[in-house]
Unconditional design. Structure first.
Ligand SMILES: C[S@@+](CC[C@H](N)C(=O)[O-])C[C@H]1O[C@@H](n2cnc3c(N)ncnc32)[C@H](O)[C@@H]1O
Length: 197
């Protein structure tokens, strides 16, 4: 484990998006396309009432999730990324966007699905724990929480946590609060699905 580091800041992500409009190649990478297909396939319900996507970035996954719900709120810390997402999803009337830094702020709504895909390892432990509580508080009973994170770990990454550390922190939550419905580990990512008790 790396020495403890603070959460990565909005400035960090803005500078990434300044240097490259699609820093993780969400629009073009085969790996991301396959991972998105696995993400959507892991959702037990064909249509959710109200979805929260944390860290929606430039909106590639957002547009796919929009087909699986009546309403979707996508939040991100980067205005530059979110503007691309707004442009991409302009024809999707069920999608809303808000600039928001979790866990400092969180939508004052209840959701029946929360998606945390490739975001949790940017938090420090303390923020991860605060974010977990907010996710639980704002997930209705029977609602689903889907986690997807890259698992290879290297010291040169800026991330305070690894993907595995994020998933293990959710697996360690009391079973009176959340039930683990299943998970899958691919070569470079893992996916875990939970249900709010
Ligand atoms: C690697 S991208 C993930 C994109 C998308 N979820 C996906 O899987 O395709 C991470 C995104 O999370 C955003 N982000 C990072 N920390 C955040 C925070 N504390 N609150 C909200 N968004 C955050 C970043 O700006 C970035 O756009």
């Amino acid at each position: 484990m790396k020495p403890s580091q603070p959460s990565l800041t909005p400035d960090y992500f803005d500078s990434l998006y300044n240097a490259d409009a699609d820093p993780w190649k969400f629009e073009t990478s085969d790996y991301e396309t396959k991972k998105y297909a696995a993400t959507l396939a892991a959702l037990p319900k064909s249509c959710y009432r109200s979805v929260l996507e944390i860290g929606g970035s430039i909106g590639v996954l957002t547009a796919m999730l929009a087909e699986r719900c009546e309403a979707l709120l996508s939040i991100d810390v980067s205005e530059m990324a979110q503007q691309k997402a707004i442009d991409r999803c302009c024809a999707l009337s069920n999608v809303r966007f808000q600039l928001m830094q979790v866990p400092q702020t969180y939508p004052e709504e209840q959701f029946d699905l929360t998606v945390l895909s490739e975001v949790g390892y940017y938090w420090c432990w303390e923020d991860l724990q605060k974010a977990q509580q907010l996710m639980l508080e704002h997930l209705e009973p029977g609602g689903h929480l889907l986690l997807v994170h890259w698992t290879p770990y290297a010291d040169y990454y800026d991330n305070p946590l690894s993907g595995d550390e994020v998933h293990e922190a959710f697996l360690a939550l009391p079973s009176s609060q959340i039930k683990h419905l299943g998970g899958d580990r691919a070569e470079k990512y893992r996916l875990d699905l939970f249900e709010r008790v």
